[in-house]
Design a protein around this ligand. Structure first.
Ligand code: TYM
Length: 328
């Protein structure tokens, strides 16, 4: 089974990215062949700084390796190193409806945040579809906010196959049972996010333990006193999900364990658990990030392996679409 996912090199990665996605990449290595892609070409669809983008790619490569992605076992690549991603995006554009793209909620959200709305931002989901379909992916581990993009990928692939023959593999989304949507600690109605969240409510993977504990100590709960997972208790529910994910236990077990405990003690327990969970990642990250040439070598090796798979898919796609000269 092939597992593929992509992650943007934009700023520092937060606990939502880590629990909702990165942990799932690491776990995916037990189930199948993983390909994990740092999507720098997605990051350029909104205003950005070129020198910072290069650094962000290395930051993220170091986080992914520190988290436990094993480059001997999985492929770790930088999207822009494999030109087939953009080639397939263009070819898939003709199998994507304009109306489908206008309905994408992330496009609507992001275009509301910027004055200049690039055509790249509009075509973003098609590049994502190309990323996934290029590697004949079976499973795509992502957080809940990517569900609509994964569904679009399936629709585009099905439309392509109906028109040109059974060339593309139809992928399935894989969403973690807890932690697919981690919320901002200060505003639990909103997802944790680097761009749309509050600084105090966003926990970064590389935050110091005391910073993490403080963010949890000041997390918003509610006026009640029960520690229970419920629609009316978004703050407490979010903390329960975070704790369940970092302790690999269930929300129900935690509700029993914390029955009768006050919110202050509960928040401290969650903060300490998260700080302990991220500390080894942060330490490994610091070591790995210090050696940029070694990170570059890993990415280059990943790209080489990825190109082998990508070029075969492209040969079949071009052949089916009647693009270029006939394959020999
Ligand atoms: P990105 O970089 O915004 O986020 C990376 C992953 O983190 C997940 N995530 C969350 N999970 C739980 N709670 C949250 N608050 C939270 N915030 C983010 C995201 O769902 C994602 O899995 N478009 C993608 C990148 C991409 C991609 C792909 C993904 C490009 N090509 C192909 C899968 C397959 C994105 O912007 O992710």
């Amino acid at each position: 089974m092939r597992i593929f996912s992509g992650i943007q090199p934009t700023g520092r990665k937060h606990l939502g990215n880590y629990i909702g996605a990165v942990e799932q990449y690491v776990a995916g290595q037990q189930r199948g062949d993983g390909i994990y892609c740092i999507v720098d070409l997605h990051a350029i669809t909104v205003p950005y700084d070129p020198a910072q983008l290069r650094r962000d790619v290395y930051d993220l490569a170091a986080v992914l390796l520190a988290a436990g992605i094993e480059p001997q076992r999985s492929i770790l690549l930088r999207q822009s190193d494999v030109a087939e991603h953009t080639e397939l995006q263009w070819l898939l554009m003709s199998s994507t409806a304009y109306g489908e793209l206008t309905r994408m909620t992330q496009f609507k959200d992001k275009s509301a945040q910027h004055e200049f709305i690039s055509a790249g931002l509009f075509g973003y989901p098609v590049l994502m579809a190309a990323d996934i379909l290029l590697y004949r992916t079976d499973q795509v581990p992502v957080g809940d906010d990517q569900r609509q993009h994964v569904e679009l990928t399936r629709d585009v692939a099905q439309r392509f196959n109906a028109r040109f023959g059974e060339v593309l593999v139809i992928p399935e989304g894989y969403y973690p049972p807890v932690g697919a949507r981690i919320m901002d600690l200060q505003n639990p109605e909103r997802k944790m996010s680097t761009t749309g969240g509050s600084p105090q409510g966003t926990v970064y993977v590389t935050d110091e333990p005391d910073v993490i504990i403080k963010k949890f100590r000041t997390a918003v709960t509610d006026s009640g006193r029960e520690i229970r997972h419920h629609r009316d208790k978004p703050g407490v529910s979010n903390l329960l999900e975070i704790l369940a994910a970092v302790r690999s236990s269930s929300v129900q077990e935690l509700e029993r364990e914390f029955d009768g405990v006050g919110y202050g003690d509960f928040k401290l327990a969650v903060g300490e658990a998260v700080a302990g969970y991220l500390a080894p990642v942060r330490e490994r990250y610091a070591q790995l990030r210090a050696d940029e040439p070694a990170l570059e070598r890993e990415l280059e090796r990943g790209a080489q392996r990825a190109r082998g798979i990508a070029s075969e898919t492209m040969r079949a796609v071009r052949e089916a679409m009647g693009v270029g000269r006939r394959a020999g």
